[in-house]
Ligand binder design. Structure first.
Ligand code: SAM
Ligand code: DTB
Ligand code: SF4
Length: 366
């Protein structure tokens, strides 16, 4: 008998036991849980849009957008609402039901730029597409203002286990991430939260991340599983690409412990074959990021993805299949105002040797 009810009390030991099952057993169990909870021939297609690129104050060891490292990316100021609308229409015409707007910010700051993002949310929701934002940490008031504008989802990843998080990022703590997720949960915006594998973490850390995500109640409505894209100049530039077997195991385990979530095959698909991706879909992945770019790094071409779906007999998911479309309140009718808060997000600032080394190297190159 396979479990398919949603449990919020998974232990690390139980999750490790699932992750380490014989491969075929794991795949069969995950595929079974998947079929009980989802249409296995439907895949969500979400287009990523980097609305504000580079120049970020944080020290995330994986991220090419951190200002302190020397990477080749081209930084950009906040995009205009018209530019975003044009990109969203393009995404819609190529089969996307969702647009995910990412900003290289530590946290949201009230002011003109946030007001502009709220206008982007209103504009895309009015195109009848699901709108997701990933803007860093948010307060409860900011989450409520995003909800009022018509935001469907907020992405905020836990990225790894609490223990390994400290080896990757020193400019904020794990609890800050959990607090932001909590703030989003106080609204009707859905939660998108997952992480990255291939950063040098061990299997216990992968299981630890899944404990943290699956014991949230409710669990996140979507969970991106990213394979690290090792970018030159970042502290993690020398990490070996994660093996497809690890990716499939991670996807399958996520599917089993979070039966209802949409598991998104996220960064790292350019390194995967179609056969590898098909195994991930069989193991319970039912969402992808589409578009020839993720935020700053390459992603498969959307036409190639559509060919792959045709080959597999899979169809793009329609918008608002899982939850009704939120209403948009116009700026002039808003009941909510900026509170001018000064939130107390932490800055542990402990030393991470490889982050320090990458920062020092950047100084000599800049
Ligand atoms: N600045 C916001 C934040 O950190 O929450 C939002 C944007 S940030 C780029 C969103 C997520 O992208 C990160 O949490 C991380 O999981 C993922 N990411 C960033 N760089 C990556 C890389 N090189 N490989 C894989 N995933 C990456
Ligand atoms: C997520 O989990 N992955 C996306 C999205 N959420 C914002 C970002 C992947 C970024 C990969 C590196 C880059 O392109 O800069
Ligand atoms: Fe900034 Fe987000 Fe990149 Fe961290 S992951 S450096 S917070 S853009």
């Amino acid at each position: 008998m396979f479990m398919s009810e949603t449990r919020h009390n998974w232990t690390k030991e139980e999750i490790l036991e699932i992750y380490n099952k014989p491969f075929m057993e794991l795949l069969y169990e995950a595929a079974t849980v998947h079929r009980i909870n989802h249409d296995p021939n439907v895949v969500q297609v979400s287009t990523l849009l980097s609305i504000k690129t580079g120049g970020c104050s944080e020290d995330c060891g994986y991220c090419p957008q951190a200002a302190r490292y020397h990477t080749d990316i081209e930084g950009n100021d906040l995009m205009s609402v018209q530019q975003v609308k044009a990109q969203a229409l393009r995404a819609k015409s190529t089969g996307s039901s969702r647009v995910c707007m990412g900003a290289a910010w530590r946290n949201v700051k009230d002011g003109e730029e946030f007001d502009q993002v709220l206008e982007m949310v209103r504009t895309i929701n009015k195109l009848d597409m699901e709108v997701c934002c990933t803007l860093g940490m948010v307060t409860e008031n900011q989450a409520k203002r995003l909800a009022e504008a018509g935001l469907y989802a907020y992405n905020h990843n836990l990225d790894s286990s609490e223990e390994y998080y400290k080896e990757v990022i020193s400019t904020r703590g794990y609890q800050d991430r959990l607090d932001t997720i909590d703030n989003v949960r106080k609204t009707n915006v859905t939660v998108c939260s997952g992480g990255i594998i291939g950063m040098g973490e061990n299997i216990e850390d992968r299981a630890g991340m899944l404990v943290a995500l699956s014991t949230l109640n409710p669990q996140p409505e979507s969970t991106p599983i990213n394979a690290l894209v090792a970018v030159e100049g970042t502290p993690l530039e020398d990490q070996k690409p994660v093996s497809i077997w690890d990716m499939v195991r991670m996807v399958a385990t996520t599917r089993i412990v979070m039966p209802e979530t949409q598991v998104r095959l996220s960064a790292g698909r350019t390194q995967m074959t179609r056969e590898g991706q098909a195994m991930c879909f069989f193991a319970g992945a039912n969402s992808i990021f589409a578009g020839d770019k993720l935020l700053t790094t390459p992603n498969p071409d959307v036409n190639e993805d559509m060919e792959m779906f045709a080959l597999l007999g899979m169809k793009p998911q329609k918008p608002f299949t899982k939850k009704v479309q939120p209403q948009t309140v116009e700026a002039q009718d808003s009941q909510l105002q900026s509170l001018g808060e000064k939130p107390k997000w932490t800055r542990p600032e402990h030393t991470i040797e490889r982050n320090e080394a990458a920062k020092e190297k950047a100084k000599t190159l800049k």
